[in-house]
Design a protein around this ligand. Structure first.
Ligand code: ACO
Length: 335
């Protein structure tokens, strides 16, 4: 059995924050940010907007393009590291879409690699049998975990959601040629948002101590990042990973139509493209408008490229995600 990509969609919050806006709250400048990162604007959730709402909007658009009815979806993979429910946001998607068949829905946590991992997982579920239409959503709201007084990180991130529909097909039509996925827990120290154990309130504390333990209320720290190390990591592992996936597919950097990397930093994207000998006109990037949107960045950029007519049916795309964990991975797919 094969699987193919049959639809995509995306959604971003209404509030746009420019580099000049950021320069009013931290000591930075449009020039510093755009030269070092390529980012000029980002969108941030505000007011009544929710990440789940963005994910639902992206999913609706993807289903519409795919001409798939919500009741035909049998699996929803919500790739996010910032769920609105610690127990998983995914089941809220089929609920909001009105799926009457109660499809399996669960979250995948792999930061900026989440979408590539979700795509490969969707293919594995389909190839294993029993699943025909899988909705893969990449959605993150890192603005909720950013320290807005830290100029080293707050300039980088934005919120967004993107989705694709992966559908079962005959093996001759198979659209996932190869993949390559990895993790390295050693590197966690360079990029993390870890749990904080706060003192519990008085009533909880008193009741807990009667039983011989100290209950804690937990929350997460803001994103802590060593930018230079993350940069080095990305430039080292991403070309290796894509090269390995390309080799498995019998392709080379010069034989693909598009390179679509996680949108973290313009200099990372350029360095990877150079190493793989992919000319700049075949590199997809919308980083300037949205910043680093974590698991959403690849499907968001894909959706824009498809709707603008850049990416066309039959094109080969080398996609790669990388980020916290550390995790990284590539997938060679046909649109
Ligand atoms: N504005 C002005 N100055 C700044 C800013 C800012 N926003 N941020 C840092 N600086 C200063 C620093 O304080 C430092 O000053 P000093 O020399 O007086 O000490 C100087 O600029 C250099 O700082 P560095 O951190 O060394 O700057 P660097 O060139 O490494 O650029 C950056 C920082 C842009 C974060 C870069 O390291 C980077 O992009 N790394 C990759 C990060 C990334 O992509 N992370 C996300 C991937 S994983 C995921 O997606 C979750």
């Amino acid at each position: 059995k094969g699987c193919k990509l049959v639809g995509c969609g995306s959604a971003v919050p209404g509030l746009q924050i420019s580099n000049d806006d950021l320069a009013t709250i931290v000591d930075t400048s449009d020039e510093w940010i755009s030269v070092r990162t390529g980012i000029r604007n980002r969108r941030v959730l505000s007011g009544k907007e929710s990440l789940t709402g963005l994910a639902v909007e992206a999913a609706k658009k993807a289903l519409q393009m795919a001409k798939v009815d919500p009741d035909e979806v049998d699996l929803v993979l919500m790739c996010t590291s910032t769920p609105e429910d610690l127990f998983g946001s995914a089941p809220q998607i089929p609920k909001a879409l009105g799926c009457k068949n109660n499809p399996l829905a669960f979250d995948i946590t792999a930061a900026c690699s989440g979408f590539v991992l979700g795509l490969v997982s969707a293919a594995c579920y389909i190839r294993g049998g029993g699943f025909n239409n899988v909705l893969v959503i990449g959605a993150d709201a890192l603005s909720r975990y950013v320290d807005w007084t830290d100029r080293g990180t707050c300039i980088l991130f934005g919120d967004a959601a993107g989705a694709v529909v992966v559908q079962a097909c005959d093996s001759e039509e198979d659209g996932l040629f190869s993949f390559d996925l990895h993790s390295d827990g050693e590197g966690q120290r360079h990029l993390k948002a870890i749990i904080k154990q706060n003192e519990a309130d008085h009533a909880l504390g008193t009741n807990g101590s009667l039983l011989g333990f100290s209950p804690r209320n937990s929350s997460y720290s803001c994103i802590q990042m060593n930018g230079k190390e993350v940069f080095r990591f990305a430039v080292r592992v991403v070309p290796q990973s894509i090269a390995s996936a390309l080799e498995k597919a019998g392709l080379t950097g010069s034989s693909i139509d598009w390179l679509l990397l996680h949108q973290a930093n313009r200099r990372i994207i350029d360095a990877v493209a150079t190493r793989l000998e992919v000319p700049s006109e075949r590199v997809i990037s919308n980083l300037a408008n949205y910043g680093n949107t974590s698991a959403a960045s690849i499907p968001l950029a894909l959706d824009e490229a498809v709707r603008s007519g850049k990416v066309q049916s039959g094109h080969t795309i080398a996609a790669a995600g990388f980020g916290a964990g550390l995790t990284w991975g590539s997938a060679i797919v046909r649109w």
